[in-house]
Design a protein around this ligand. Structure first.
Ligand code: GMT
Length: 379
């Protein structure tokens, strides 16, 4: 197979789209491709220098006339430079705004007709696609792409309905880095966190935004905690931390809920957990679900977006209607009280992630898409 020079533009900091883009780049580089990240900073999951990977950081000029620094223009400028200087074969934009739009502009500036593939991650369509100040550019970015992929069928359908794009959209699911996410022996952590050996652990991991409905997690946990000796681990940081602290106090759960902030030992935390909850009101995929499942943790999710495509209801977790606090709690209590069911779900979660969201399978899907686009261009 011909080795490719692949440009990847994405958000380099915390966030699922940046994680997926970075891990995809790392795995493509391990397969011998030359990967060029074009980003505002070093991707945070790119811990060390690796063969076949170059990071092209976008610099933005501060000039007195600018009220806002023109990052997007500088990104397009950098993309056009990298296309020419590195003789890229293909450009992969993750998250439509601004990456798909800047890729189209950068390619035009370079005057080299390389294919652009854009991966939609969720809120770039489900929120920004409805924002009248941006929706036109979301559509433009998608229509200028030679191929668009979505991280779930649900996102694909929503994009068809909202954007009515000129080209077909392909679902390529997110994937897991199996080298990091697997069950590990982390029992020491339970004592370290001051949790009794017999207590069950419910975990929620997110960027603490309203869309995650963390109040539903806390309210369900209040019901769970009355029936099952348990603790709730809240992992992550964001604008909802303060309101959730207040709710925890109001529910009298101060000693039962642990706020852990941002953590980089998620496989350990999942490995001591009995249940993961993600009950968002919008969620194109829910990367955290496959991270938890890969560590053998059954999940409870809301019936929205891509969540029901990831959790197989009744096989490795339960899906309940959005906002059904009692339903979430009843489902959680079933898993926490029935060790046979919990163990079956846990095994199935590991199987499901391996079969459906394994890195080898998904990276090959992206690679095939690249070759297909290049063949189309050349024919
Ligand atoms: O939630 C966001 O807006 C951020 C975005 C991101 O960059 O992490 O999340 C989206 O992309 C993830 C990676 O594909 C998906 O796992 C998340 O479900 C998706 N978030 C939403 O749809 C709310």
């Amino acid at each position: 197979m011909r080795k490719l020079k692949i440009g990847i533009t994405c958000y380099p900091s915390l966030g699922g789209s940046g994680v997926v883009a970075t891990e995809l780049g790392i795995l493509l580089a391990e397969r011998g491709h030359d990967v060029h990240f074009i980003t505002s900073g070093r991707p945070f999951r790119l811990y060390m220098d690796q063969p076949n990977i170059t990071v092209h950081e976008v610099e933005v000029s501060q000039y007195a006339v600018f009220k806002f620094t023109p990052y997007d223009i500088a990104l397009a400028n950098k993309i056009s430079e990298v296309i020419v200087e590195e003789e890229l074969d293909i450009l992969h934009a993750h998250y439509a705004v601004p990456h798909a739009i800047c890729s189209a502009l950068g390619r035009d500036m370079a005057g080299v007709p390389i294919p652009i593939i854009t991966t939609l991650h969720g809120t770039d369509v489900t929120i920004l696609g409805h924002d009248r100040t941006l929706s036109g550019t979301v559509k433009y970015g998608i229509n200028k792409s030679d191929m668009t992929t979505a991280v779930s069928d649900s996102l694909k359908e929503e994009t068809y309905e909202l954007i009515r794009p000129a080209n077909e959209i392909r679902t390529i699911y997110n994937f897991i880095d199996e080298r990091s996410y697997r069950p590990v022996n982390a029992y020491h952590m339970k004592a370290g966190l001051g949790i009794a050996e017999a207590d069950k652990i419910v975990i929620h991991v997110s960027n603490f935004r309203k869309v995650k409905r963390i109040e539903d997690v806390v309210r369900s946990f209040a019901i769970i905690n009355r029936e099952v000796p348990s603790k709730l681990l809240l992992v992550g940081d964001g604008p909802e931390v303060e309101p959730i602290h207040a709710l925890v106090a109001e529910e009298g759960l101060g000693t039962e809920v642990l706020f852990l902030g941002k953590r980089d030992d998620l496989p350990d935390l999942f490995s001591i957990s009995n249940l993961n909850m993600l009950v968002s009101e919008k969620e194109a995929f829910g990367l955290v679900l496959i991270e938890a499942m890969a560590c053998g943790v059954p999940c409870i999710g809301s019936d929205i977006g891509g969540i029901p495509e990831v959790i197989e209801d009744g096989r490795n977790g339960f899906i309940r209607p959005l906002g059904d606090i009692e339903g979430y709690a009843e489902a959680a209590i079933r898993i926490l009280k029935d060790s046979d069911l919990a163990s079956r779900f846990s095994q199935d979660a590991i199987r499901s992630v391996r079969e459906r969201f394994g890195s080898e399978r998904i990276v090959r899907e992206y690679e095939s898409a690249y070759y297909e686009l290049l063949e189309r261009k050349e024919s």
